[in-house]
Design a protein around this ligand. Sequence first.
Ligand SMILES: *Cc1c(COP(=O)(O)O)cnc(C)c1O
Length: 459
Amino acid sequence: MSTKLTTEALYCAPIDKIPQKGVDPHIAYQTVKDETYPQTQPRLNLATFVTTYMDEYATKLMSEAVNINYIDETEYPRVAVMCARCINIVANMWNTPEKSEWKAGALGIGSSEACMLGGVAALLRWKAKRKKEGKSCDKPNLVTSTAFQVVWEKFCQLWDVEMRTVPISLDKPTLCPEEAVKMCDENTICVVPVVGVTWTGLNDDVEALDKELDKFNTKTGYDIPIHVDAASGGFILPFIKPDWKWDFRLKWVWSISTSGHKYGLVYPGLGWVVWKDKKYLPEQMAFSVNYLGANITQVGLNFSRPAAQILGQYYNFIRYGFEGYKEVQSASMEIAKYCHEKIGKMKCFSNYSKSVDNPLFIWYMNSEYDKTAKWTLYDLQAVLQQSGWMVPAYTMPKSMEDLVVMRVVVRQGMTRDMADMLLGDIENAVNEFDKLKYPTTSRIAYEKREKQFGKVFTH
Ligand SMILES: *Cc1c(COP(=O)(O)O)cnc(C)c1O
């Protein structure tokens, strides 16, 4: 035993070469395990949108499926069927008009893959139409706001699409429909509004955009569609705001994507994309397979991928039902609104917006307080971190990059007690900051408007 312990203690984790000899499994296990202790308690991590809690049965189900490759359909034909059922459920949740038994959609590793597929479909449709009309296809563009998630920058760079962005500001905190349509022309493959904007938590007004675009398309004869990036909102709005129109009820919304691993309440990685109808899904992207009499369309950038998340999503649909999801999302909304109200009342802060559209919100130091403050939100982030909280401070995107904000994302499991603890910790920190005689390092850098006075979080 003692020699074993010594071996363990002296064992060094390999850094650049595969070790010559192996070690006992318990040593290998401990070596890897020690490196993966969470730096922050997942429940106190208010930076991430991604699921950190699933119940015991879900966890068991997913662990048992850890060796299932989704692509092995001949071995696990029911997984493909289950996936298609999830797509159906998501499509109906978003009010698809599609009548066929299996709706047009795909799964992805996350919203990133799902957005990418939605973008590629829009690009291919536009190209096909332009070719048919004998027009050039070399200058496609996409219109979104400056508060885009990084995946849209990736999409545009990888597929050589020009990105046109409408600036957001404190006066126009979401995508301005009129400005967006002004940026459209014959080369626009789609407009991308976001419900649950990563930077702000707000929803772009998809209905107003749809109206503006309809006028423009009618006038010009174009048919520029909308892809809604609903990474967060896709699993919030159907339960919290079912009457608000943002989905397939709108004329020009042809595709929507979401993250199953955000408010879909599944462990990572899982995303969904759905098209309004099969006709909006270019044939080059789809291949059809026949399993158990079901004709299922498959689309994706990946081939092999874990199946466990599909099981997790389907389990959640059965386990929670519509009412269960509504209850979980409503609780998160209530907690978010509670924190939003309390923080808005603190003398040093202003909320970015009056409304809380999704269970997350941002705030900033108000200009009056900012004049004499000796600290920044980065200092607050660091102090909160000492009590275990992860509450990110970051600068806003391009059009308003001078503004430093702080964000809280409320997920399943955040209780009212935890909210009170957080608010208490924030108040205590501010009281201490108020006693400062000299500015902090971060404040000095901020006042010089130095580019890098803090770490920028964008996820
Ligand atoms: C999180 C997010 C993404 C990327 O989603 P992943 O699931 O992390 O790949 C895309 N768009 C928005 C608006 C997001 O919030």
